[in-house]
Design a protein around this ligand. Structure first.
Ligand SMILES: C[S@@+](CC[C@H](N)C(=O)[O-])C[C@H]1O[C@@H](n2cnc3c(N)ncnc32)[C@H](O)[C@@H]1O
Length: 347
C-alpha cells in the first residue's frame, strides 16, 4: 500500500478550526503524512487511502475527500482542457461501469456548474463509450471543487453523511444544560488533543458530557469529573444513551487531585465561564490557575490540554510558571454575543 494525494473539503463554519482539526487527525492516523498545500477550505495531503477515508468520519468539520488528480485555474475552458489531458484509463479503471460528475463552487465562484458538469461527462463518455451516466448510484463520481483562483479535480471517495451529528445535538439528548456544547464542536476539540487510538482522556468539567460522548465514540478511554451531583447524574444519562457500558463519571472538584500522576494523555474541557454556568467561587481566572496546577501533574509528558474559553480571556498570565505553553489557538463565533477561543496547551 502506498501513499497518494487526496484533497479534503472543509466546512466554512469557522476560519481556522476545521483545518487544524483535519491536520490533527491526519497526524494521529498517519504521523508521516505529507501536507502538500492548503487554502481556506481545501487541504491536499499525501497519505494512505484508508486514512483519507477514515478522516471524513473522525473529524467534525471535513465534509468530503477525493483522490487528487489535478488542479488548474478556475476557468471553464481551463478545467475542461485539464480533464481532457487525463489518461482515460487513469480516470476510470475497467471495473467502473457508471459515472457522475459533480461540481462545488466556493466563495462566490461564478462558473456555470451544470454546463461544466455536463461537458466533462460528455467528454468522458466519448473517450470511454463503455461507461454510462448514473446520477443516483454511480460507481465513480468525478468531482471538481472551484475556489476563486484554483480548481481541484479528482475522484470522490467519501462524503460525510448529511445528518452525522443529528442524533446527539444538545436538544435531542436525554439531559441538557444551557451551557452544553454541540457534538461537532466537542469532537473537533477532542481531535485537537491528538491522542493515539485507545489513549486516555479526562474532562474535569464534564457537565452534560458532550465532550466525553464524542471522545468515547472516537475510541478513547474517558473519565469525567463534575462538581454538581444533579448535573453528573444528567451527564450519566447521556453517556448511557450513546456509549452504554463505558461511563466513568466522578462527582468532585476539578481543582482537587483525585487521580494518579501522568494518568491521562490529554484533558479536553469546557470550564464554566459565568453566563449560564455557575463559577463556584471567585473568578474563572482563579479557577483555571488552580486547575492548571493539578492538570499538569495528571498529564503524560507532552500531554495536551484543549480548552474552550471566552475569546476575551488571556491565558498567558494564567499559565505562567505552570510548565504549559500555548501550542495553537482558534476563534469560533458561536452566536452574536459568544465567541469562543479553543486553545491547545502542551505540557
Ligand atoms: C460549561 S459546563 C460544561 C459543559 C459540557 N462541556 C457539556 O457539553 O455539557 C461546565 C461545568 O463545570 C462544572 N463545574 C464548575 N466548577 C467545577 C469544579 N470546580 N469542578 C468540577 N466541575 C465544575 C459546572 O457545574 C458545569 O456543569
Amino acid at each position: 500500500m502506498s501513499r497518494r494525494r487526496y484533497f479534503f473539503l472543509l466546512s466554512g463554519i469557522y476560519e481556522t478550526l476545521p483545518r487544524a482539526e483535519l491536520k490533527a487527525v491526519l497526524e494521529v492516523l498517519d504521523p508521516d503524512y505529507r501536507l502538500i498545500e492548503e487554502s481556506s477550505r481545501i487541504v491536499v495531503a499525501e497519505t494512505f487511502e484508508k486514512v483519507a477515508r477514515e478522516v471524513v468520519y473522525r473529524t467534525a468539520y471535513t465534509k468530503l475527500v477525493g483522490e487528487f488528480l489535478l488542479k488548474c485555474k478556475t476557468d471553464e475552458n481551463a478545467i475542461l482542457k485539464s480533464v481532457k489531458n487525463i489518461d482515460p484509463e487513469e480516470l476510470a479503471g475497467s471495473e467502473i461501469k457508471s459515472i457522475a460528475v459533480r461540481g462545488i463552487r466556493l466563495n462566490g465562484v461564478k462558473l456555470r456548474k451544470l454546463e461544466l458538469e455536463a461537458s466533462i461527462g460528455e467528454h468522458i463518455l466519448n473517450t470511454l463509450p463503455r461507461l454510462r451516466v448514473d446520477l443516483e448510484k454511480p460507481d465513480l463520481t468525478i468531482i471538481f471543487i472551484s475556489e476563486p483562483e484554483l480548481t481541484f479535480i479528482g475522484k470522490l471517495l467519501e462524503v460525510k453523511p448529511k445528518h452525522f451529528f443529528d442524533e446527539r445535538v444538545a436538544g435531542k439528548r436525554p439531559f441538557s444544560l444551557p451551557s452544553t456544547m454541540q457534538p461537532d464542536f466537542s469532537r473537533a476539540m477532542v481531535n485537537l488533543a491528538r491522542v493515539g487510538i485507545g489513549g486516555r482522556i479526562l474532562d474535569p468539567f464534564a457537565g452534560a458530557c458532550g465532550i466525553m460522548i464524542e471522545a468515547l465514540l472516537l475510541g478513547y478511554e474517558v473519565y469525567g469529573v463534575e462538581l454538581k451531583d444533579w448535573i453528573a447524574l444528567g451527564g450519566l444519562k447521556n453517556l448511557k444513551r450513546y456509549v452504554h457500558g463505558r461511563e466513568f463519571m466522578i462527582v468532585g472538584d476539578a481543582r482537587k487531585p483525585m487521580f494518579r500522576e501522568k494518568l491521562f494523555n490529554a484533558i479536553v474541557t469546557d470550564p464554566p465561564y459565568g453566563r449560564s454556568t455557575t463559577i463556584p467561587d471567585r473568578s474563572i481566572k482563579n479557577l483555571l490557575t488552580e486547575f492548571f496546577e493539578v492538570a499538569v501533574e495528571l498529564l503524560v509528558n507532552q500531554g495536551k490540554i484543549v480548552l474552550a474559553i471566552p475569546s476575551e480571556l488571556d491565558l498567558s498570565d494564567l499559565i505562567a510558571g505552570s510548565g504549559l505553553r500555548i501550542r495553537e489557538s482558534h476563534l469560533a463565533r458561536v452566536h452574536k454575543s459568544l465567541t469562543r477561543r479553543v486553545v491547545v496547551l502542551e505540557s
